[in-house]
Ligand binder design. Sequence first.
Ligand SMILES: Nc1ncnc2c1ncn2[C@@H]1O[C@H](COP(=O)(O)OP(=O)(O)OP(=O)(O)O)[C@@H](O)[C@H]1O
Ligand SMILES: [Mg+2]
Length: 418
Amino acid sequence: MIKWEKSKYSEKVRKFLSMPPEDFPLFTLLDGAVRSGKTLSIIQKIPQIFEFVGTEYLKVFSGYSRNSVKNNVLIELKPFIEDYLGGKVRYNHSNGEMEIKLFGKRYDCYVTGGGKSDSLNAIQGGTWDFWYANELPRHNYGFYNMALSRLTPANARAFADSNPESSNHWLYTEKIKPWLDGDKNIRQVFKYLHFTMHDNANLSEVFIKNQEKLYKGAFKKRKIDGLWVIAEGLVYDTFCPEKHTVSHSKLFERIQKGEIAEYFLGIDWGWNHPTACLLLGNTPDGMCYVIDELYSQKLDADGVIKWINRKQTEYKKFFSYANCDNARPEQNEKLRRYTNLVIYEEKPKVEDSISLVRSLINYDRLIVSDKCLHTLEEFSLYRYEQDALSAKDSPLKINDDCMDALRYGLYKYLTENP
Ligand SMILES: Nc1ncnc2c1ncn2[C@@H]1O[C@H](COP(=O)(O)OP(=O)(O)OP(=O)(O)O)[C@@H](O)[C@H]1O
Ligand SMILES: [Mg+2]
């Protein structure tokens, strides 16, 4: 437990703690390195913010799970309120209800997990005037949006802490990046404070030095410097969105002008994992386009057949063939029967087909429509195991649905048209 009377404060923490509540926008994020003092700074700010927002509405504490809020936040908040400030905290872990009595006022609070996709059921309805999200990037995106929409009173305030993740994370692309770029609309509602370990005056230099030795590369950048960076180990690390994407309307014009010679598909079957089906096309001079994507859970052959037929009508083109995941022969048989396409089931070796795709990218011969959001996302996530450089030929089996469909489709095309 923290000995609050012995706390030391860096310039940055002091500034945060002394800033009047009315000067904070709706939503403030304390982000940065591990152990940099983010959580404890927010805990110390809570009494003042409660006093400011008043007792009328509910106050919510969320984390990945209710347990993680308990372990990361309540464990320090309770003794801080009770032993240090003379208040009282009553908390029922089974239903998440919490009552905080402080300086003669009673605040009704609710503690909940926000990490799972069904988390938002627990928070529908109701008005909040305070929200503390511990480890915000680990929250479910739906929960996060729902939570922000609950904060309707004019003086409502939200605080969150976070450790950096990949720079493709929604928190980075939707809030931090625009804030850093000076986006005026974002800055009216969102404030970003960046912490490094050196902003925590309670850590010893020795501890910081030792931590710095523990990590390297992208993980050092994240954990120690607190930066949002893409980790090493991307399979398609030369894929560059600025260079290798095209707006769908431009691509559609090319299709209408007849610049695409042949249309073909790559299909990776799933059920609990999504099924991914990519519409690909090539030009006579050897460019390949990812034109469209189907990406959905619990979708069988009938759904894919419908999509293929709809897309043939939409683009006014016939598609020639599909190369499909051979794990589901009965689905492939259905495609054979109910579409006009030639259906192949040639499952290429992972590393062989990755090399083919990678060389297309390196020669700037692969361009993806900006309509294919899942494909683009996977390009930035599909990676090899971090620590096992020796196991480099086996990418992690996550964020790979569109990537597999892409490999199947392009492998068939490239082995016939090298
Ligand atoms: N005001 C303080 N008084 C005493 N110790 C503190 C104080 N603030 C931080 N510390 C020390 O620094 C450690 C890290 O602080 P805190 O948990 O707030 O960091 P964090 O940035 O939230 O870290 P993480 O990213 O790992 O969650 C605490 O466990 C505590 O030992
Ligand atoms: Mg923390």
